[in-house]
Design a protein around this ligand. Structure first.
Ligand SMILES: Cc1cc2nc3c(=O)[nH]c(=O)nc-3n(C[C@H](O)[C@H](O)[C@H](O)COP(=O)(O)OP(=O)(O)OC[C@H]3O[C@@H](n4cnc5c(N)ncnc54)[C@H](O)[C@@H]3O)c2cc1C
Length: 400
């Protein structure tokens, strides 16, 4: 492609390319046949996680090598210098094809960590790190949360102490998605305990196979283990793997978190649509209350899609869609909750009995997974605080 193609022209070219490299997604079969999975989080063993990750990496490399990835990056990083929303245009086309679904570590690597390196990295870091991350030869996880520092992330206690030409990291991170398959961890660390907490933070890129890094899976209530604890025990990190200036880690972290919210608006829509199909195919008439819930959920899916378009519109206009993104994340988690409510009412006891009946017990994966998104990437309460302060201009919460 040369110059900036018109969106329609770009979408048509994407469709042509996809037709050559992937099969169209099978049209939804008869209600009651095909996969009934509505899992919110992947529920796999380490071996399954590694196998699936390798499949997605192969697909992402094909995209990158053939010029259908990294759209908004400069050419030196394999991109085409297109506006950011071309990624969404591409995704809309890709959705019609049978390509492996990307677990969280992929958007974290390509849409959160790579841009943070683009923004904060030295020339050397950009030259060495960006292409392997964008091509997903190397994956990166977020070593942010700790047991005493989740919503209040600036309270991190993992220490990084200068030692010669490097740093020694010691601490304990928790809830790290994808840590088992990551090459890098982006670690938020305390480098100065004597200054105001937001000022004493520095961010490092830590190799996950470095001596002193231990990854321990956490068992989820759905049975799988996609999350991990990560212990950092005297891990040596060269100063060349520090991301951003010493003491500026809070600003580096905020840029990653803002990108995370931007990525969350489409959450839960597939399952909401599926719950509405369930209502339409139920072998009994709906009660009045069920009608109300179904209509409410239908309206929400429309509004949520419109809000997604507003985020795109803000990007097209060259604006940071900060407020739209926070509203979108909050709205999406409520959609997920109301999907659970509708399904519980429609299925009643058959939801909790694993009888093998299609499309019943499978919904437990949604019910048990959905609450996680009200917590991940900033809880609902924190999103409301952001909206209150930054959109409504209400007085700031006192900083603890
Ligand atoms: C699915 C999932 C994936 C995750 N992946 C990662 C990852 O890859 N890397 C990573 O580092 N972390 C990850 N996390 C962790 C996540 O970022 C934290 O769980 C989240 O920030 C909340 O922190 P916390 O669990 O410590 O809860 P807390 O901060 O202890 O909050 C507990 C409760 O108090 C409320 N609360 C706290 N402060 C306030 C306030 N000021 N005003 C109002 N209410 C408040 C919260 O909303 C919440 O309801 C993940 C979490 C989940 C659920």
């Amino acid at each position: 492609m040369s110059g900036i193609p018109e969106p329609e022209e770009f979408r048509a070219a994407a469709r042509r390319w996809l037709t050559g490299v992937a099969r169209p997604r099978a049209a939804d079969g008869e209600w009651g046949s095909g996969s009934d999975s509505v899992a919110v989080f992947d529920n796999w063993t380490e071996e399954q996680e590694r196998e699936h990750t390798a499949r997605v990496q192969e697909w992402e490399r094909t995209r990158y090598d053939q010029g259908w990835s990294a759209f908004n990056w400069q050419q030196e990083y394999g991109g085409q210098g297109l506006p950011a929303y071309y990624e969404q245009l591409y995704r809309a086309e890709e959705a019609a094809f049978d390509v492996p679904h990307r677990p969280e570590i992929f958007p974290v690597t390509q849409a959160l960590v790579a841009p943070a390196i683009g923004l904060w990295g030295t020339e050397e870091q950009k030259n060495r790190r960006l292409v392997p991350l964008l091509r997903t030869d190397e994956l990166a996880c977020q070593l942010f949360s700790e047991t005493e520092a989740g919503s209040d992330l600036a309270a991190v206690r993992t220490r990084a102490v200068r030692d010669g030409d490097g740093w020694v990291l010691t601490g304990h991170k928790v809830w790290t998605s994808g840590a088992r398959v990551a090459t890098w961890g982006v670690a938020v660390c305390r480098t100065d305990p004597d200054v105001r907490k937001h000022a004493g933070i520095t961010v490092f890129l830590v190799r996950m196979d470095a001596p002193g890094v231990t990854v321990r899976p956490i068992r989820q209530m759905t049975g799988g283990t996609s999350f991990n604890e990560v212990y950092l025990d005297g891990v040596r990190v060269p100063d060349t793997d520090r991301l951003g200036p010493v003491g500026e880690g809070w600003r580096v972290t905020l840029s990653v978190l803002a990108a995370e919210r931007l990525d969350s608006g489409g959450l839960g829509l597939d399952n909401a649509d599926r719950a509405l199909d369930l209502a339409a195919n139920l072998p009994r008439p709906l009660t009045g209350a069920e009608h109300q819930r179904a209509a409410d959920l239908h309206i929400r899916t429309l509004v949520q899609r419109l809000m997604g378009l507003r985020v795109t519109a803000a990007l097209v206009a060259g604006r940071e869609p900060g407020a739209e993104a926070s509203v979108g994340k909050l709205y999406a988690t409520e959609t997920m909750r109301r999907t659970s409510d509708l399904v519980s009412e429609l299925l009643g006891p058959s939801l909790v009995a694993d009888t093998g009946e299609w499309g019943t017990y499978a919904w437990t994966e949604h019910l048990l997974g959905a609450p996680g998104y009200s917590i991940a990437g900033g809880t609902d309460e924190i999103q409301r605080t952001i909206l209150a302060e930054r959109v409504l201009g209400l007085p700031k919460e006192p900083v603890r």
